[in-house]
Design a protein around this ligand. Sequence first.
Ligand code: AMP
Ligand code: ZN
Ligand code: FE
Ligand code: FE
Length: 287
Amino acid sequence: MSEIILSRVDLHCHTNYSDGSMTPLELFKHAKEIGLVGLSITDHDTIDAYVESVHLAKELDLLLIPGIEMSTEFHGESIHVLGYAYRPNSKEMMQACYLHQTRRDARNKKMIERLSARGFHMTYDEVKSLFPHAHAYGRPHIAQYMIKKGYVSDMKEAFKRFLGNNAPCYVPGEKWTTEEAIAIIHKAGGFAVLAHPHLISHLRLVKKILELPFDGLEGYYSRFSEQENNIYISLAKQRALFVTGGSDFHGTVKPHTPLGASTAPQDVVDIFENQMKTHMRESHSLI
Ligand code: AMP
Ligand code: ZN
Ligand code: FE
Ligand code: FE
């Protein structure tokens, strides 16, 4: 097996445009402090952090790859799909984000109704007002509101008792199929990557999902053991997929996961950078 050279680029980070705690600028400064040379903001169902902060990354001499994490469903299981190096002005991507944010709103309201019925007084507007920068809201926002109100003591309790997938106030909501998310990313000129495969219930199902037209697999994730890396790296090789890597950094929302805990192989960073150059050339030739 040819040796994999890891970069100093973390391809899985969240900001306060979804459920991370840092602004893009705080994230970039932190990345510089710990010696990263680049990153991708993979907020849930919004690309607005990239659009609004790409100039700040440039000023700090950080490579910023457009990213997104889309919530999908495959055979009843929740599957996260990462999209990278798409055209940042892609209408397909923007419309998909907008549609999914409205679906998230409808579903969050239902979860809040269930919580209210259990005596936890809250409205969706109150939850949102705690996170004025967010463009896509989800369970971590509701959980943090509950902690602030003293309804639960921490995120773990919020998910275990109320919001987790098997808990009584969970509402799955309408999701993309995994195929649809891949198609959106491809239409936007990007690469589709299966996120954190170790969270999928069976390796069998991972193999089945990888029959879809994915381009890559997240083979380095947070604090994966070497053994876990090897499983996914071999699988990617068998399927001719590239391997990405990142921490899934959320700041104080997931304090046990530091930025840069995993980084991506250099060859995939080069592929994404070249793709961005191609998009740039194409957009200039249209002018
Ligand atoms: P949502 O996108 O609204 O379905 O929320 C999913 C997010 O909630 C995930 O990306 C995680 O960040 C977080 N999450 C899911 N399960 C748990 C859990 N058991 N404890 C803490 N955070 C969780
Ligand atoms: Zn998240
Ligand atoms: Fe995820
Ligand atoms: Fe994530």
